[in-house]
Design a protein around this ligand. Structure first.
Ligand SMILES: [Zn+2]
Length: 261
C-alpha cells in the first residue's frame, strides 16, 4: 500500500516504502524512482533497492549503484554499470541502488534526426518536439555520434562525502566516431529535489562496452524516441524524507556542477 500520495505540478507522485514494491503490474507511462536527487547530493549512497526489483518496474532508465559505484544504464531490459574506468559491465540482479529512475519504455513519438546537433541543440530540438507543458519524458536516441564526453564516479567509502566533493575528482572520457544510445529523461522545474530538472542523459556504446553520464556530445544522425510520462512512483528509503521545494539559484548551481560541465 502506498503510504502517501501527492500532486506535484502536473506529475502524479505516489510515495512507497521498499516493502510496498512487490507484485507491481507494469504501469503505462509511469516512472519508478528510488530515493531523491536531494538525498544523493547529501551522500545517501547506500542502496536499498535491488536491480532485480528495479527491473520489475521498467526496462529503460539510469541511476547509480551502492556506494556510488559508477553510472547505471538500463536499456532494453538489461542493466549496465559504467565503472570509474569508463567501461560498461554486466550487473547482477542482487546489486543495489541508492538512486535510479526507470520506466517501461513505450514511445509516443519516434522520428529520424538527420542533422548534426551538439548537446544543447539536441535538448532544444527535443524541447520543440515535446512542446509546451511541463511534462516529464523518457528520451532515447540511437545513433552515430561524432563525439561524446562522459564521466563516471568512483566507489565511495564511509563516511560518504557529499556528491559535489566526489565529482571534483570524477574521471571523464572522450569517445569519438561512435555508435550508441543516449538514455535519459527530461524533468520539469517543479521536480527539482526529486530528480534533476532539465535533461539528464547517460550513454552506452552500441557494443555495450563503454559509456557514462553525458557531459557533452555531437550527434551526427539518429533516431529519437520520446515516452511522455504521467506518473511517478517514488520509493523512499527509511532515512530519506520528501524534498523541500528549493529552486534557489544556489541549488541550481550545485546541480549544474554535478550534472553538467
Ligand atoms: Zn547521471
Amino acid at each position: 500500500m502506498p503510504i502517501d500520495s501527492a500532486l506535484v505540478g502536473a506529475l502524479h507522485v505516489k510515495y512507497l516504502r521498499e516493502q510496498d514494491l512487490g507484485g507491481d503490474e507494469h504501469l503505462h507511462h509511469t516512472l519508478f524512482q528510488t530515493s531523491t536527487i536531494d538525498a544523493l547530493l547529501e551522500g545517501s549512497y547506500e542502496g536499498d533497492v535491488s536491480v532485480a526489483e528495479l527491473g520489475a518496474h521498467g526496462d529503460f532508465g539510469l541511476g547509480t549503484f551502492d556506494a556510488l559505484d559508477g553510472e547505471m544504464i538500463c536499456l532494453d531490459g538489461t542493466f549496465y554499470q559504467v565503472k570509474a574506468d569508463g567501461k560498461a559491465y554486466p550487473v547482477d540482479g542482487k546489486a543495489r541502488t541508492p538512486f535510479a529512475v526507470v520506466t517501461v519504455f513505450e514511445p509516443n513519438v519516434s522520428q529520424a534526426l538527420s542533422m548534426p546537433m551538439d548537446f544543447e541543440a539536441l535538448c532544444g530540438y527535443v524541447d520543440g518536439v515535446i512542446g509546451d507543458g511541463a511534462v516529464c519524458c523518457a528520451i532515447r536516441v540511437d545513433g552515430h555520434l561524432e563525439y561524446v564526453k562522459t564521466r563516471s564516479v568512483p566507489r565511495q567509502h564511509k563516511p560518504y562525502p557529499p556528491l559535489v566533493e566526489v565529482v571534483e575528482n570524477q574521471p571523464t572520457f572522450e569517445l569519438r566516431d561512435v555508435s550508441g544510445s543516449l538514455v535519459g529523461f527530461r524533468f520539469p522545474d517543479y521536480a527539482q529535489g526529486l530528480n534533476v530538472s532539465g535533461y539528464h542523459f547517460h550513454f552506452i556504446t552500441a557494443d555495450r562496452s563503454a559509456g557514462g553520464h553525458v557531459l557533452g556530445c555531437t550527434l551526427t544522425r539518429g533516431e529519437l524516441h520520446i515516452d511522455r510520462e504521467g506518473d511517478l512512483r517514488l520509493e523512499l528509503p527509511p532515512d530519506v524524507g520528501l524534498p523541500a521545494p528549493d529552486q534557489s539559484a544556489e541549488k541550481g548551481e550545485t546541480l549544474d556542477r554535478i550534472e553538467r560541465e
